[in-house]
Design a protein around this ligand. Structure first.
Ligand code: NAD
Length: 295
């Protein structure tokens, strides 16, 4: 197997995951260009810069020191797509919407360097369906790369092949993730929400369902489903706020849509109060309001 040398990574999306993945890479000494949409007003890289500033509010801050911060270059899709040419690895981490992801792939494809690996951090959308948005020439170097939140602490990364992915691409990624980032990699099949999220989302939804059934308070459920059962810190409702309630809803939607005959289907719906929070824009930690801090 030829050695996969990652000199520069492009991360697409400076949201909860993209910004933290960029920080995690910078802390490992890997230069990153972090892209997001061009801001409507002011500095066109403003969305990325705001996201990077927001990392400082996380405890402990995921980005260690000015030298590390300098390894992240803010960019936007309107002005800087030519910078993709110098990236050996492109990690897409935009919102969990098939239509938005595929539209972006069509846009970036002409700028991706020959030989680069492209990977999606989707929580559970079909990797095969995402691959279809790429030209055939790039499809065999595309796969899923599913980091967990927060990426600086969570060792697990799932990597997922499509029917087109070259075996060497997964081998190269696995070696790089293990040696550079110290990750524990598993190879998941391209099934809805892959492995860990299929279990994790089910357990969150079941806990929410039983909260209502038993008339429990959110913090009582979090006390029961946190450290007491071996989770280091976060639990059901805190996890939902950290993940982002909109992202959780998209991931639940993937199960609703793709697993209509699953015996656990009755759990695959969000409580109405949670959908109401999403409608109000209270999306959890990223908006400063969610299950715990109401607007
Ligand atoms: P987020 O909502 O925090 O950020 C999404 C980003 O996408 C934003 O920066 C936004 O500007 C950008 N965006 C929105 N619409 C866009 C468009 N049409 N084109 C291009 N960019 C657009 O989301 P997130 O939580 O960082 O999730 C990103 C991806 O990572 C999703 O696929 C999600 O399922 C996955 N993921 C999330 C978590 C988690 O805990 N939040 C964990 C693992 C994987």
């Amino acid at each position: 197997m030829s050695k996969f040398v990652v000199k520069h990574v492009a991360v697409l999306g400076a949201g909860v995951m993209g910004a933290q993945i960029a920080a995690h890479l910078a802390n490992a000494g890997v230069p990153v260009t972090l892209f997001d949409l061009a801001a409507a007003e002011g500095d066109r890289n403003g969305i990325v810069k705001k996201a990077l500033a927001g990392l400082k509010k996380l405890e402990p801050a995921p980005l260690a020191g000015a030298a590390r911060i300098a390894l992240i270059t803010p960019a936007n899709y309107d002005d800087h797509l030519d910078q993709l040419r110098s990236c050996d690895l492109v990690i897409e981490a935009i919102a969990e919407r098939m239509d938005w992801k595929t539209a972006l792939y069509e846009r970036i494809a002409p700028h991706v360097a020959p030989g680069a690996i492209i990977a999606s951090n989707t929580s559970g959308l079909s990797i095969d369906a995402l691959a279809n948005a790429l030209p055939e020439s790039l499809r065999d170097r595309f796969c899923g790369i599913h980091f967990f939140n927060p990426p600086r602490y969570m060792r697990l990364v799932e990597i997922i092949a499509t029917s087109h992915t070259q075996a060497s691409v997964l081998d190269q990624l696995e070696t790089w993730l293990t040696s550079t980032l110290g990750k524990g990699v598993i190879r998941a099949l391209d099934t809805p929400n892959f492995v860990a999220n299929r279990i994790g989302v089910f357990s969150i939804l079941a806990a929410m369902h039983h909260t209502a059934r038993l008339g429990l308070a959110f913090d009582e459920v979090d006390a029961l489903t946190g450290p007491k059962i071996g989770r280091p810190k976060s639990a059901t409702y805190r996890t939902a706020d950290v993940v982002g309630l909109d992202t959780l809803a998209h991931v639940v939607g993937t199960m609703e849509k793709n697993l209509p005959d699953d015996p656990w289907h009755r759990y695959f719906s969000l409580p109405a109060w949670l959908s109401a929070l999403i409608s109000k824009g209270a999306l959890g930690q990223k908006t400063g309001a969610g299950v715990y801090r109401k607007q």
